[in-house]
Design a protein around this ligand. Structure first.
Ligand code: ACO
Length: 322
C-alpha cells in the first residue's frame, strides 16, 4: 500500500441549537463578550439521552453513504473522543456493533487534537497493512463535562461528530497524489495543568469538569500550530501558497485568524464553523471538512491542511489531497 485515500466524509449535529442570547439567560455573560473574544454565536448541544456514540454513528453512516461503500467492508474504526459513553469499553466498539463493521475498533484520547491523532493512527495502520478500510471519527458531547457555573469555559464548547472513510491504495492507475500526504503529532505533558478535567476514574472516581487557563493556551496555540504546519509543508516540499483549504480545529476565531495571518493565507481559504458550532473538540475538523465538501468549496484534487491543538498539550497537522 502506497498511501490511504479519503473515499468520503459525513457530519452529524444534534438538533438543539443554543445561541449566545440563550446563554445570557442562564450564565453571567453577553453575546458581545462571546463574539468579540471567540467568534462563537451559537452551538449545538446534545439532548438528554443523546450520547457520543449516537452522534458518531450518525456521522459514520453519512460518511459510508458518501463513500458509496458497505459498512461490512470496514475493518478498522478509530474514534477520537474525550467524552466516551462509558469509561470503558471504547465507544468505537458501540459504533462497530451499530454499523456491523468487522475488524477492530478503538478510541483515541487527544482532546481537541483527537481527530488529527486518529487520522494519523488509521493512516499508519493502513500503510502498515493492518487495516484496509478505516472509519476515522471525531465525536463529542463536550457539554457533559462543562461546569455551567464557570462562564470562562461553558460558553466556548458545543457537541457534534464528523467522520471520514480511508482506504489503502497501491498507487497504480492514478498519477495524482490524492490521499493523506503526511501527519505530524506532538505532545508536551509538562503543560498538563493548562487544560484538564478535574475528575476521572483513577483520581476522584467522578467525571469532573473542564478547567482551563485560557490565556496560557492562547499563548501556546499560534506558535505551536505554525510550527507543526511548517513541518507538514517542509515534509512534502510545499509552500503555504500551495494550500487550497485550511481546515483548522475550531476553538477560537482569534487563534484561527492569527495562524492564517502568520501563514499569509487569505481568509477565503479558511473553513470556519466556530461561529455556528463553537469548539466541538475532536469533532471540529471533520465537521468543518464535511461541511466544505458538501457545499462544494473543497473539490477533488484540492490540497487540504488540517491542524489542531488541545489539552495535554497535544497538537498536530495533516496534509490531505482530497
Ligand atoms: N462572559 C463575560 N465575561 C467573561 C466571560 C464570559 N463568558 N468569561 C470571562 N469573562 C471575564 C473575566 O472574568 C475577566 O473579567 P475581569 O477582567 O473583570 O477579571 C474578563 O472577561 C477577561 O477574562 P480573560 O480570561 O482575560 O479573557 P481573555 O481575553 O483571555 O479571553 C478566552 C478568554 C476567550 C478563553 C481566551 O483566553 C481564549 O480564547 N483562549 C484560548 C483557549 C481556547 O480556545 N480554549 C479552547 C480549548 S483548547 C483548544 O481547543 C485550543
Amino acid at each position: 500500500v502506497k498511501r490511504s485515500r479519503v473515499l468520503g466524509c459525513g457530519t452529524y449535529l444534534p438538533a438543539n441549537v443554543v445561541t449566545n442570547q440563550d446563554l445570557e439567560r442562564r450564565v453571567d455573560t453577553t453575546d458581545e463578550w462571546i463574539v468579540q473574544r471567540t467568534g462563537i454565536k451559537s452551538r449545538h448541544l446534545a439532548a438528554d439521552g443523546e450520547l457520543t456514540s449516537d452522534l458518531a454513528i450518525g456521522a459514520a453512516k453519512r460518511a459510508l453513504d458518501h463513500a458509496g461503500i458497505a459498512a461490512s467492508s470496514i475493518d478498522c474504526i478509530v474514534l477520537a473522543t474525550t467524552t466516551p459513553d462509558n469509561t470503558f469499553p471504547a465507544t468505537a466498539t458501540k459504533v462497530q456493533a451499530a454499523l456491523g463493521t468487522g475488524g477492530f475498533a478503538l478510541d483515541i484520547q487527544a482532546v481537541c487534537a483527537g481527530f488529527v491523532y486518529a487520522l494519523s493512527v488509521a493512516d499508519n495502520m493502513i500503510r502498515g497493512g493492518q487495516a484496509r478500510r478505516a472509519l476515522v471519527i471525531g465525536a463529542e458531547t463536550f457539554s457533559r463535562i462543562l461546569d455551567w457555573n464557570d462562564r470562562t469555559t461553558c460558553v466556548l464548547f458545543g457537541d457534534g461528530a464528523g467522520a471520514v472513510v480511508l482506504e489503502g491504495y497501491d498507487g497504480k492507475g492514478d498519477s495524482s497524489d490524492r490521499g493523506v500526504l503526511s501527519t505530524h503529532l506532538h505532545s508536551d505533558g509538562t503543560q498538563y495543568d493548562l487544560l484538564y478535567v478535574d475528575g476521572g476514574p483513577s483520581s476522584t472516581q467522578t467525571v469532573g469538569h473542564v478547567r482551563m487557563h485560557g490565556q496560557e493556551i492562547f499563548r501556546h496555540a499560534v506558535t505551536k500550530l505554525s510550527g507543526v504546519v511548517e513541518e507538514a509543508l517542509a515534509a512534502n516540499g510545499l509552500e503555504s501558497t500551495d494550500i487550497d483549504w485550511m481546515v483548522p480545529h475550531q476553538a477560537n476565531r482569534r487563534i484561527i485568524d492569527g495562524l492564517a495571518r502568520k501563514m499569509k493565507l487569505p481568509p477565503e481559504k479558511v473553513v470556519l464553523t466556530v461561529d455556528r458550532h463553537g469548539n466541538t473538540s475532536a469533532a471540529s475538523i471533520p465537521l468543518a471538512f464535511g461541511e466544505a465538501v458538501a457545499d462544494g468549496r473543497i473539490q477533488r484534487g484540492d490540497l487540504v491542511l488540517m491542524e489542531a491543538i488541545g489539552g495535554g498539550l497535544t497538537w498536530g497537522s495533516a496534509l490531505i489531497r482530497w
